[in-house]
Design a protein around this ligand. Structure first.
Ligand code: ATP
Ligand code: MG
Ligand code: MG
Length: 362
């Protein structure tokens, strides 16, 4: 409680502080809903403690977020949006005019206006939700297409698939936990697809793909959906905004919304890429993004799903071989099953590549 009094005192939230409670289902930061009294009216904010174990340079991360949300707000204003405080995250400044506060224990805090009557959906249930999320992320990217500053690379090489591949090859060679014998089929699967790993990196390097502002965590629950209308309201969770390719964002939407099996589903018969969801993603995304996408970006949308899914699979496999030191596990072999799920998705996307391309070309 004392801790929260310190936080409440650090930010310029109007009103009298009443209390905080844990909020939402985020896995990275500690998120709290804060209650304030403003002349007898209850007003809410989000107090969030940023995970500085994962994010090594929180000031740079906060500078990225500040640049992004202020630019978004300008864009919404220009477009004449009327409910601004629900369309874009609003940072509340500290008493000394900063976007974050460092507490007495060295932890970083930020405060946002609470977006009322909107929820993040953890497991996709309808194609309509996939459509809304993709539309919101497309709008997000389009607003940031002309951001005048270059953002900090807060996690260098985040989607450098070649380094991920090389790290895996090294882990196979070292085989520190004697597990390589259990995943021979997966290792072969990766090697057969090596050419995939350089594709986007090379096109970015040659300028055939433009560098843009990307969100980098485009799962469904990072778009708040209006409880009354079911429409996408606001893109949240901006910790990983960075320079990159829009293909990373679209690819991760495909990976996270086109199959509803749990992430470590061991039953391969439950894992496939549901093309109806893919179609909904493409429709929603192109509704807001088609204005700025280059023909090359558009052409590679189906491939992006395969690439990002492959990349995450590689990382699970690497972690399995290295003894589960990065991704938390609750049982032996969980990272192997996670990897298998990703690779089964890759396979399913390969099998449906033509149909996926046809949807994008329509
Ligand atoms: P993740 O596991 O997705 O990385 P995280 O730990 O980074 O999550 P956030 O996604 O930023 O945390 O926030 C956690 C949850 O809190 C969100 O899913 C959302 O439900 C809620 N939330 C965050 N910001 C707001 C806001 N401004 N208004 C209302 N709800 C919010
Ligand atoms: Mg989140
Ligand atoms: Mg997050």
């Amino acid at each position: 409680m004392e801790q929260f009094n310190e936080i409440a005192g650090a930010f310029l939230c109007p009103g009298n502080y009443l209390g905080d409670e844990p909020y939402g289902s985020g896995h990275i930061n500690d998120t709290f809903k804060a209650y304030y009294d403003v002349d007898g009216r209850e007003v809410h904010y989000i107090h969030q403690r940023v995970n500085h174990k994962i994010f090594k340079d929180v000031p740079a991360l906060m500078e990225n977020i500040g640049n992004v949300v202020r630019h978004q707000r300008k864009k919404f204003e220009e477009a004449g949006a009327n409910d601004l405080d629900r369309r874009v995250l609003t940072l509340i400044p500290t008493v000394d005019g900063k976007d974050y506060y460092v507490d007495s224990e060295g932890c970083f805090w930020r405060t946002y206006v609470f977006i009322e009557d909107a929820v993040g959906i953890d497991v996709v249930e309808t194609t309509g939700q996939a459509f809304e999320a993709a539309k919101a992320f497309g709008e997000f990217q389009s607003q940031l297409a002309n951001l005048p500053v270059r953002l900090h690379d807060t996690i260098p090489n985040f989607h450098h698939t070649r380094s991920r591949y090389d790290t895996l090859m090294q882990a196979i060679e070292e085989d520190t936990h004697g597990r390589a014998c259990n995943v021979q089929a997966e290792i072969a699967f990766v090697k057969e697809r090596e050419e995939l790993v350089d594709l986007v990196i090379d096109l970015l390097a040659s300028g055939e793909l433009p560098e843009r502002v990307t969100h980098n965590d485009t799962k469904l629950n990072n778009v708040l959906i209006d409880s009354a209308t079911g429409k996408g309201k606001c893109v949240i969770d901006l910790d990983t905004v960075m320079p990159g390719s829009v293909l990373y964002d679209f690819g991760d939407m495909v990976r996270t919304t086109t199959n509803q099996a749990v992430e470590d589903e061991p039953d391969a018969s439950k894992i496939w890429m549901d093309i109806d969801y893919f179609e909904a993603l493409v429709s929603g995304y192109l509704e807001t993004a088609s204005g700025f996408l280059t023909p090359k970006e558009k052409e590679l949308l189906p491939m992006s799903g395969r690439l990002i899914t492959f990349e995450i699979g590689l990382r699970f496999l690497t972690d399995y071989l290295q003894g589960d030191s990065y991704f938390k596990t609750h049982r032996e072999g969980q990272n192997m099953d996670r990897c298998r799920k990703q690779f089964a998705m890759v396979k399913s996307m390969e099998e449906q590549a033509e149909a996926m391309q046809a949807i994008v070309s329509r």
